[in-house]
Design a protein around this ligand. Structure first.
Ligand code: ZN
Length: 687
């Protein structure tokens, strides 16, 4: 961890903000124990009050949760962006204590009855919509934590919860171990033919770290992805592909070493049992208790409908790829390990586009201020650099979001670059929520984290267009968190927004980095300031929807698989994981992978992440974001009234009302699929 002791003044100005430079992992667990014990006593005291609970009771609980978020949030954040051995140990020690506290609270019957009595006693006019939604959500979550169950069922529920958290963590670890457990050493440079210089440099570095001669390819994505897309050696691609798609399974080069198969069975069985305890027919039904989509059946219909609409175009895209591979690449039968390679060649042939060629036009010095200018024009805000504040790495910046009167609305840290000990990917983490209580107003604070190419040789960092798109995506999440006008943390910002609606603002904002008017604000050659040449822009734009139907079909296949796996679990028959996958592929897919493919063994989104019976969320939210953007297409991409309407109806309202009502309030009607298909360049053909 980097200790930046330059200035603590900002933290004095914001006493609730974390002081990263003063954080010491040794203190985490004892401090957490003290804090949770104090919270337990405070909750018991609240429950012992003789008078019936009023809103002050809820506010007192929110104050405790705000304090816990302020304590645990920065630890979780550091674990992700500045990992170290002592930090990892301290983090692991804290996890079971936190989960025990949360289950205990979820099953606290007196607490539940207090919420219930407040909800029933308070006439609707004394509570606003956000307060009613907060109480309804809380009552639902008590029930989903097993508050209504008999003591022995409660005990079993807690047991399942603990086992599941262990098994899903194990699933992820085994996948990681299997990913890192296999490498391929190349000694003949001929085998590297086709690989771009960045991929070769990485392979050399991998070999150097292992103190071996030559080049080392691994199954980690920065190595595997480019190798599959560019390596001309077909046998090499076949070897890599087989190792990758059999990770953590009973087959392939590491057969049985980290087999996730038994874990998948156990996880599915326990989820099914947990759903049963709570009175649901299956785990999918339980998952939908907190989703925007009304039911698994409805989502299944939506996915099957989408598959039907894109199928013809997907078949055409595949036929084109096959013909190109046969005629131009000398590959008469296109195999699974040829697909990314042939696709990359076809993209280049058709659109003559290379992500690398765009970097000089997207220097950080244009992109970041340009993004703020785009958001400013859309939502009437201004972003101001906060100078040097206490932070976890010297490259991290801190900004304030200001309203038209230059008053602060919220704050965010921006951590742009990849570096060691930082988790890969990009994400938005809410640090502190907006919270208005008798004690005053606390403004929201967020972390925006990316893993972009850092600056080299004194030049500004130069981004690819895909990186720019990622930054827009995360800033969309940040605006949702920061522009909230809701005073109660559980329903403010991204809190209380259903999982399948939370990607609306993020995917929505991505649209602007494809619009010429917005691109002019975020781009400019880093040496000459010159705009992106028109023909380069046209080619970029032209490649936007390359193979979009095939990609859509793939997402539909994964979503249906996840849904049916959790819907159709039968204790007598077991998970039938590959049987279900095969049936779905037969029904919707146009590409059939080889029999040795063990896709499910590495599907950590649903076996280790939060996407179980929820993988469809990506597509679901994309329908909303595409349809929301279509109103800007109609009225102008910077139309101030439409921007204000999106801010007021979606961004400002967070989880304070049901997601469909908020969408309808903005769009004037319920969402339709049309905009998504059109923006993805998918022309429907009637069967
Ligand atoms: Zn997102």
């Amino acid at each position: 961890m980097t200790r930046d002791t330059l200035s603590l003044s900002r933290s004095h100005a914001h006493p609730e903000w974390p002081v990263f430079s003063a954080m010491d992992p040794v203190t985490f667990e004892p401090a957490l124990i003290r804090l949770l014990d104090r919270h337990r006593v405070a909750i018991a005291d609240l429950l012992a009050q003789p008078e019936p609970p009023d809103w002050k009771f809820i506010e007192a609980l929110e104050t405790l949760d705000y304090e816990l978020a302020g304590f645990w949030g920065p630890i979780q954040h550091l674990h992700a962006v500045a990992d170290s051995e002592p930090l990892r140990e301290a983090y692991k020690a804290c996890l079971p204590r936190l989960s025990a506290y949360h289950t205990e609270r979820g099953q606290n019957r007196s607490l539940y009855l207090s919420y219930q009595s407040l909800r029933e006693r308070a006439p609707d006019e004394t509570l606003d919509a956000s307060q009613r939604k907060l109480l309804d959500d809380a009552l639902r979550d008590f029930r989903l934590a097993g508050v209504d169950l008999s003591p022995d069922h409660q005990a079993r529920f807690r047991e399942i919860d603990q086992i599941l958290s262990r098994l899903t963590n194990r699933f992820e670890e085994q996948l990681l171990d299997a990913t890192q457990g296999w490498t391929l050493t190349l000694t003949d440079p001929v085998q590297l033919a086709g690989l771009p210089e960045t991929a070769r440099a990485l392979a050399r570095q991998n070999a150097g770290q292992r103190q071996i001669e030559g080049w080392v390819l691994t199954l980690e994505y920065p190595s595997y992805g480019p190798a599959m897309a560019y390596a001309e050696d077909r046998a090499l691609r076949r070897t890599l592909y087989e190792a990758y798609v059999t990770r953590a399974s009973e087959t392939g080069p590491q057969a049985g070493r980290w087999d996730n198969g038994p874990l998948m069975e156990e996880i599915l069985a326990l989820r099914h049992e947990m759903a049963g305890l709570l009175g649901f027919s299956d785990f999918a039904a339980l998952s939908f208790a907190t989703k925007m989509a009304p039911s698994p059946e409805m989502v299944r219909t939506f996915l099957e409908d989408l598959a039907r609409r894109v199928r013809h175009q997907a078949e055409r895209e595949l036929a084109e790829l096959r013909a190109f591979a046969r005629e131009t690449l000398g590959l008469p039968d296109l195999e699974a390990w040829d697909m990314p390679f042939a696709a990359e060649r076809l993209r280049k042939y058709r659109h003559d586009i290379d992500q690398e060629a765009l970097r000089p036009y997207f220097p950080e010095t244009r992109v970041v201020p340009g993004l703020f200018a785009v958001a400013g024009r859309l939502f009437g805000i201004r972003v101001e650099d906060q100078g040097i504040v206490d932070r976890w790495h010297p490259s991290v910046q801190c900004f304030a979001l200001l309203d038209r009167q230059d008053q602060p609305i919220g704050y965010f840290y921006l951590d742009l670059y990849a570096r060691p000990h930082k988790r890969g990917g990009a994400w938005l983490d809410d640090s502190l929520p907006r919270f208005k209580s008798a004690a005053g107003l606390k403004r929201p604070l967020a972390y925006i984290v990316c893993n972009f190419t850092p600056p080299v040789d004194g030049q500004p960092a130069l981004f690819t267009h895909a990186e720019v798109e990622t930054l827009f995506h995360e800033f969309g999440h940040a605006l949702h968190h920061l522009l909230t006008q809701i005073d109660h943390p559980p329903v403010a910002g991204i809190h209380g927004v259903p999982w399948d609606a939370v990607e609306l603002p993020s995917q929505f904002l991505e649209n602007w980095c494809w619009e010429p008017e917005a691109l002019a604000l975020v781009s400019g050659h880093f040496q000459t300031g010159e705009a992106i040449p028109v023909d380069l822009y046209e080619r970029l734009r032209g490649a936007k929807n390359f193979q979009s139907a095939l990609q859509t079909l793939r997402q539909v296949e994964f979503s249906l698989f996840d849904l049916r796996l959790h819907q159709e679990y039968d204790p007598a028959l077991g998970g039938r994981v590959y049987e279900i996958l095969k049936a779905i592929r037969a029904a919707v897919a146009v590409v059939q992978p080889p029999a040795f493919n063990r896709f499910a063994h590495g599907f950590s989104h649903i076996f280790a992440g939060g996407y179980a019976a929820g993988y469809y969320s990506y597509k679901w939210a994309e329908v909303l974001s595409a349809d929301a953007f279509s109103l800007f297409e109609e009225r102008g991409v910077f139309d101030p009234a439409t921007g204000a309407a999106f801010r007021d109806n979606i961004l400002a309202r967070g989880g304070s009302e049901d997601a469909l009502s908020l969408f309808v309030a903005f769009r004037g009607r319920e969402p339709t699929l049309d905009a998504l298909l059109r923006q993805n360049g998918i022309a429907e053909t009637v069967e």
